[in-house]
Design a protein around this ligand. Structure first.
Ligand SMILES: [Ca+2]
Ligand SMILES: [Ca+2]
Ligand SMILES: [Ca+2]
Ligand SMILES: [Ca+2]
Length: 449
């Protein structure tokens, strides 16, 4: 019973610590623009002069701003949840505004908190934020008269926690797989190198190995990803010419290029921290000093990654015969697997991944067989005086499934006969038309009723 109680207490403490996360102490020296804290890189984009670290701290050293209209984005390498921050103002009545802003990893403003500068005058007050999934943090303020009435703002000890990595690319597919589905997304190699061993020297499960000269093959998925890191192992490390991990954006441009020392990973898996953001393709690029006589081996596995806060949606359509989608492809059969990434297409500025759910229906086709005398006016409005087996007429929406119905005419025209009925009669004759003719005076015919 006591043991269970202690276990519960331990779990409670662990959960408590995890949810509390960490504190950004801003304890770096004056003027620091980028630094490492709590094991992660932090930086200011320096859109304003915003880098005092020693003035009026809450603990240790602090972060102060003292001028007009400063705003500078503080960013780290992954999404964080911000619980709150300590704030102090001076000359509070001279502020025009004081806003704390949070941006997502796609650069879109997702939090904007307006504060009353008087609430924090001359003494630190804690601002509870409880923001989720923030990539950048900004303090935005100004003075009613920056020159004659400058205002000061100080802040320190921001409580935050990292949003954990949500996916691991395990490479646990069978040998030789070039494209597969993992974590509900398609993955593929472009196979520019022989780069598809999956069972040799894995980190867990099966792994991805390359063993030859100068291989480089791009691993891609259907949307931009953030790559936190990957496990790597080398053999014959001293025979490498180079070992680079490269990241490309959706336009195919190189945006990350990490040069590694192969010796650091020889005969034992080591974790390479990358913290790449917005990568569409991942490449391992290496070679041997002498591929023929001194081949080198490279193995990697278990890549930690996450999808940006992208939107997803389904484009449901029912179309007749064929449909050209936003991906430029024309589909002539039903399809519920095609995906298309609209860069920056979501309302939050992130990508929008759309999945097609297309049902293709087919038009009906039939033949209208007619036999008519002399002429026939068809449903296309034309009057035909000769046989015709090629005319077609489309009845829009005429099929039972709502698609068009295409009818082909098969018309046979029979022509009336014409002739002269010559008769020699006495006195009178009743013809086929029912009329009776009688001989009238002077041998003239006269119709008789
Ligand atoms: Ca810290
Ligand atoms: Ca501090
Ligand atoms: Ca996985
Ligand atoms: Ca694996």
């Amino acid at each position: 019973m006591t043991r269970i109680y202690l276990l519960c207490l331990l779990l409670l403490v662990l959960t408590f610590n995890y949810s509390l996360g960490q504190t950004l102490n801003f304890d770096e020296p004056f003027g620091t623009q980028s630094w490492t804290e709590d094991g992660h890189p932090w930086s200011w984009d320096n859109t304003g002069w915003d880098n005092i670290r020693t003035y009026q701290p809450h603990t240790g050293t602090g972060h102060g701003m003292s001028a007009a209209g400063y705003h500078s984005k503080l960013s780290t390498d992954a999404n964080i949840n911000i619980q709150g921050i300590w704030l102090l103002t001076s000359s509070a009545s001279d502020f025009t505004h004081l806003n704390l802003k949070g941006y997502n990893e796609c650069g879109t403003l997702i939090y904007d908190v307006s504060l009353n500068p008087m609430d924090y005058q001359f003494v630190y007050g804690y601002v509870t934020l409880n923001w989720v999934g923030v990539k950048s943090f900004m303090v935005d303020y100004n003075s009613i008269d920056p020159l004659n009435f400058p205002v000061d703002l100080f802040y320190d000890d921001m409580d935050y926690s990292y949003v954990p990595v949500i996916n691991v690319l395990n490479f646990d597919e069978p040998f030789g797989t070039q494209s597969w589905t993992e974590d509900a997304h398609p993955w593929s190699w472009d196979n520019t190198g022989w780069d598809n061993i999956r069972t040799y020297q894995p980190h867990t499960g099966t792994g991805h190995g390359m063993s030859a000269d100068g291989f480089h093959s791009k691993l891609s998925t259907d949307a931009k990803i953030n790559i936190q890191g990957i496990w790597l192992l080398t053999s014959s490390a001293s025979d490498f010419t180079h070992l680079n991990l490269k990241g490309y954006n959706e336009s195919g441009s190189l945006i990350y290029d990490a040069s590694l020392n192969p010796m650091d990973y020889e005969f034992g898996y080591g974790y390479v921290t990358l913290n790449w953001v917005g990568v569409k393709s991942f490449m391992v690029d290496y070679n041997s000093i002498d591929p023929l006589n001194f081949p080198v081996d490279l193995f990697y596995d278990d890549m930690d990654y996450s999808y940006p806060s992208m939107a997803t949606g389904t484009d449901m359509r029912t179309e007749c015969n064929s449909y050209t989608w936003i991906d430029g492809n024309t589909y002539t059969a039903s399809n519920n697997s095609a995906t298309f990434n609209i860069v920056g297409g979501a309302a939050n500025g992130c990508d929008s991944l759309v999945t097609l759910d297309l049902t293709i229906l087919h038009s009906a086709a039939g033949t209208d067989t007619k036999t008519e005398c002399n002429s026939y006016t068809w449903s296309d409005g034309n009057t035909y005086t000769a046989s015709n087996s090629s005319a077609t007429f489309n009845i829009v929406g005429g099929a039972a499934n709502g698609c068009d119905s295409l009818v082909t005419l098969d018309l046979t025209i029979l022509n009336s006969a014409a002739g002269t009925d010559t008769k020699t009669v006495c006195n009178s004759y009743t013809w086929i038309d029912g009329n009776t003719a009688i001989i009238h005076g002077n041998n003239q015919w006269k119709l008789c009723c």
